[in-house]
Design a protein around this ligand. Structure first.
Ligand SMILES: NC(=O)c1ccc[n+]([C@@H]2O[C@H](COP(=O)([O-])OP(=O)(O)OC[C@H]3O[C@@H](n4cnc5c(N)ncnc54)[C@H](O)[C@@H]3O)[C@@H](O)[C@H]2O)c1
Length: 353
């Protein structure tokens, strides 16, 4: 079992007039076999049931972190897959109207393992997609990250897009944070110098069904341990705070920015409520699954980059004002859907990696 079809249907039903923007269009998704990429593909293919003229989805991925689920590419109508490393140029044979640059090494575990690949995909890889956008006059969104804010000054939490960040260029997270920052600069240059219609997305901890069991980001990590009955490991002090955005809300926001975002601009996409510590997240999970779970607070393992930000919470005023973005799914509801899904999916495919 991969994604929740009820979630896909919910996105499609609530897109409203935005859906028509994709009729008859070709959409290129770099990193399209990852968590967010597979969601986008399913939404576009489900939209085709409603659209008079279908849209076409072209997915590129080199499978570096796509795992077993991502690497098993289905054959679908209006869907093409190309096994391609986006750090090498790509020349689409047919016109492209929208580009979603979601290729990246997203999990701290993997960017510690693949620091150079992490840096190159967010810079060289992005530049290659910006070149396609320039040639095809396509609209593009670049998946940057809330990590570009680093460890924000508490006076700037919730964090607005105008905050410049507090980031180190030499720490264990630098390959990710700094390459995403340079990527944002590239988006601005292509917009200002060449008129490319591109926007920057800064997602704040998006989660949901479809995340791999071995993703190692906090929620799939906890869900995998919950399913296997293992102890939940809270790294650091457990007092660091985060916010969590359910994928249905996030995908709606991403699509709104893709179509209506102001070119050259960054947008925070997340759910600012509630901002809670990792220990409070564990308590929320316990409430949602209806039982106490074994847990320990422990040091970061070597495989995980320390130097975690203390707080992270988005100010989403700009995304609301520009593209009417408003998350609707509460943390309890999102966790309920995710943990219910994980109970089946992670058990079914324990070796998924
Ligand atoms: N999900 C979140 O909460 C979140 C938060 C912040 C930023 N982001 C960013 O959004 C993007 C998508 O995130 P996700 O959660 O879907 O991650 P993911 O790891 O599930 O998917 C990323 C995909 O990109 C592919 N990829 C990596 N390098 C590539 C290359 N050189 N060429 C082609 N494909 C390549 C991987 O194989 C994988 O399938 C990433 O760039 C990530 O940094 C996501």
């Amino acid at each position: 079992m991969d994604l929740l079809q009820t979630d896909i249907a919910e996105i499609v039903e609530t897109l409203g007039p935005l859906a028509e923007e994709f009729a008859g269009k070709r959409i290129l998704i770099a990193g399209g076999r990852g968590f967010l990429g597979r969601y986008f593909s399913e939404v576009f293919l489900a939209l085709n049931e409603k659209l008079d003229e279908p849209c076409e989805v072209v997915v590129l991925d080199n499978f570096i972190t796509a795992g077993a689920t991502g690497s098993a590419v289905p054959k679908r109508r209006h869907f093409a897959f190309v096994n391609h490393d986006i750090t090498k140029p790509f020349y689409p044979e047919r016109p492209v109207h929208f580009i979603i640059q979601a290729a990246g090494i997203a999990s701290p575990y993997y960017y510690r393992k693949y620091p150079l690949e992490t840096l190159e995909v967010a810079t060289v890889g992005l530049k290659n997609t910006l070149e396609i956008a320039k040639t095809h006059k396509a609209r593009l969104i670049f998946f940057s990250s809330s990590e570009i804010y680093g460890d924000p000054d508490p006076r700037h939490v919730p964090t607005k897009e105008s905050y410049r960040g507090h980031v180190g260029c030499l720490g264990p997270r630098a390959c990710y944070d700094e390459s995403k920052r340079l990527g944002e600069t590239l988006v601005q240059i292509y917009h200002q110098q060449m008129g490319v219609q591109s926007c920057i997305i800064r997602p704040f901890n998006v989660y949901g069904p479809g995340m791999q069991q071995t993703d190692y980001r906090v929620l799939p990590n906890f869900a995998a341990r919950y399913v296997s009955g293992e102890t939940l490991q809270v790294y650091g002090t457990g007092k660091q705070t985060r916010t969590y955005c359910y994928v249905v809300d996030a995908i709606r926001g991403f699509l709104q920015v893709l179509v209506n975002g102001t070119p050259g601009e960054p947008y925070n996409i997340g759910n600012p409520k509630p901002e809670l510590s990792v220990l409070e997240l564990v308590q929320t999970i316990e409430r949602v699954v209806g039982k106490d779970l074994p847990k320990i607070v422990t040091e970061h393992p070597d495989s995980y980059p320390a130097d975690e930000p203390n707080r992270r919470c988005p100010d989403i005023t700009k995304a609301h004002a520009h593209v009417n973005y408003q998350p609707k799914i509460t943390l309890d509801e999102g966790l309920k859907r995710f943990f219910t899904w994980a109970k089946e999916a992670y058990k079914e495919d324990p070796a998924s990696a």
